[in-house]
Design a protein around this ligand. Structure first.
Ligand code: GLC
Length: 521
């Protein structure tokens, strides 16, 4: 464990604070609620908590439209609550990663209020303003990316909803103010950051129009996005950010890559840039070993070339949950296979709260939707409320999440699917998750050993070695509902993890439907 780096070798757990645990009965999760559940998280075995935004926000994009980057919204608690949370997490050996949204602010942010007041104020160029719409850029949340501001008599640019104006990162004063936000939280004891859509910060200096392309049905997808993200200026900024982070030993940044590919994620990673960047292939993959393997191999190839370490994500607050995507009914057989894959990869695993108990998305009627994306695109896109429903702690009213009225309705299955019930059930998804996290902690080979996939397995089986000089671990995952037979490359294997068998495993293996096996030579 000597060279254990929490952000590389650990498991990072995403908390969506609104939906985690409410201690004051306002129906919205809060920071004291996270503190109250730290023992649960420490017992699960995670190494770091990434907190989605809890800053003051008018909630046009549920916390991702921030009106004060250095505060805590009263509905979530106070700065004092935050300090207690950091202290209590550190005491249990868990790090805190904050979600920093620096591409845009809320339109209610004092910077935007000042900037939009007139064309001569000191912050007049802190956002992107234009007399006429300068190009064809579209908002990824629908509609033109330029909106008229009557007060100032100009258009301003927003990649997301119109209440989220993008700041002007080319302005040195803005750059300094943003880095000051980073410094503010580092000084408060934060260990790292998840940078929201960081590769959108810079737009083409000449504001050129994107050429036409056909990538999908939305207006946004009918362009080749040459000029509104992934601009060359990003690299220098990341270098500056990294120099700041490096003043705080052991600190970290992971970027949420906008329109990610392994190539652009890797472009932003490195010793002098981000520690990690997301690439979301697993989020969009089917329950299909061939597709998943391709995603792994894409990462692996780049990792080999660059010496950088991959990361894997199956669920987050923006997409339907793993269990919703892959499971049928209440059966957790498939979510277990996916969880086992995530936790035995050569790459940092990210878990999303509720994933460890296989929470399913809630379904909402159009009139119940809160997410701006769903409101805009329903029924083609039902929005992101589904995966943001409150955490299911127990079978009591509102799943023990709140004593008040929950801000978003709960999944009706909470009476049976909840943390308390799964803790008691030896073969629950929760216990599989907990055991595999512990195994990952025990075996350095599982964390960092090479990934070598086994060829010539049955089509529906994914099998791979995790291997280093002294140790060979073999993971076998049956992605089918049928028994699958295969030969293993050695006559005798000890079982490190199985729900279905004990003893040793021989050279010939009959896998049960959706079986998860972790073996050691
Ligand atoms: C990121 C967040 C998403 C948010 C968007 C705008 O993609 O994950 O929830 O809506 O950025 O801030």
């Amino acid at each position: 464990m000597a060279d254990f780096l929490w952000w590389r070798d650990g498991v990072i757990y995403q908390i969506y604070p609104r939906s985690f645990y409410d201690t004051n009965g306002n129906g919205i999760g809060d920071l004291p609620g996270i503190t109250a559940k730290l023992d649960y998280l420490a017992d699960l075995g995670v190494d770091a908590l990434w907190l989605s935004p809890f800053y003051p926000s008018p909630d046009k994009d549920f916390g991702y439209d921030i009106s004060d980057h250095k505060g805590v919204d009263a509905k979530h608690g106070s700065l004092a609550d935050f300090d207690s949370l950091v202290e209590a997490s550190h005491k249990r050996g868990m790090r805190i990663v904050l979600d920093l949204v620096l591409n845009h602010t809320s339109a209610q942010h004092p910077w935007f209020r000042e900037s939009s007041a007139n064309r001569t104020n000191p912050k007049h160029d802190w956002y992107l303003w234009a007399d006429t719409i300068p190009n064809n850029w579209e908002s990824v949340f629908g509609g033109k990316a330029w909106t008229w501001h009557a007060g100032r008599g100009q258009y301003y640019y927003h990649m997301f909803v119109k209440e989220q104006p993008d700041v002007n990162w080319r302005n040195p004063a803005v750059r300094a103010a943003q880095l000051d936000v980073v410094r503010f939280w580092l000084k408060r004891g934060v260990d790292g950051f998840r940078l929201d859509v960081f590769n959108v910060y810079f737009k083409d200096e000449q504001l050129r129009s994107n050429p036409f392309a056909l990538h999908g049905i939305r207006a946004f997808d009918r362009q080749e996005h040459l000029y509104d993200y992934d601009q060359p200026e990003m690299d220098d900024l990341l270098i500056e950010l990294r120099q700041l982070l490096d003043q705080y030993p052991d600190s970290y940044a992971v970027g949420e890559t906008f329109m990610p590919t392994p190539e652009n994620a890797f472009r932003y990673m490195g010793e002098d840039k981000l520690h990690a960047a997301f690439e979301f292939d697993f989020l969009h993959s089917k329950y299909d070993p061939a597709q998943l393997l391709k995603a792994i191999i894409d990462w692996e190839k780049l990792a080999e070339k660059t010496g950088l370490f991959p990361n894997y994500v199956l669920s987050n607050h923006d997409v339907p949950r793993t269990a919703t995507r892959h499971a049928k009914g209440e059966d957790d057989a498939r979510p277990k296979v996916m969880m086992a894959l995530l936790l035995t990869m050569r790459g940092t695993p990210f878990l999303y709260n509720g994933e460890e108990i296989g929470q399913r998305d809630i379904s909402l009627k159009r009139s119940e939707l809160l997410d701006p994306l769903g409101k805009k695109y329903y029924p083609f896109h039902k929005g992101r409320d589904g995966c943001r429903a409150p955490m299911q702690w127990d079978s009591s009213e509102n799943a023990g999440f709140t004593s008040g009225t929950p801000w978003l309705k709960l999944h009706p299955d909470y009476k049976t699917r909840n943390v308390e019930a799964q803790q008691k059930d030896e073969n629950s998804l929760f216990n599989l998750t907990r055991k595999l996290i512990a195994l990952r902690k025990e075996y350095v080979t599982l964390r960092r050993g090479d990934f070598i996939h086994l060829e010539n397995t049955p089509k529906k089986v994914l099998a791979y070695f995790r291997k280093d000089k002294n140790e060979t671990i073999l993971v076998v995952l049956n992605f089918s509902n049928k028994i699958q037979s295969m030969d293993l490359p050695a006559p005798k294997w000890a079982i490190l993890f199985s729900e279905m068998r004990t003893g040793k495993v021989g050279a010939h293996l009959k896998l049960f439907p959706n079986e998860v096996l972790v073996l050691k030579k």
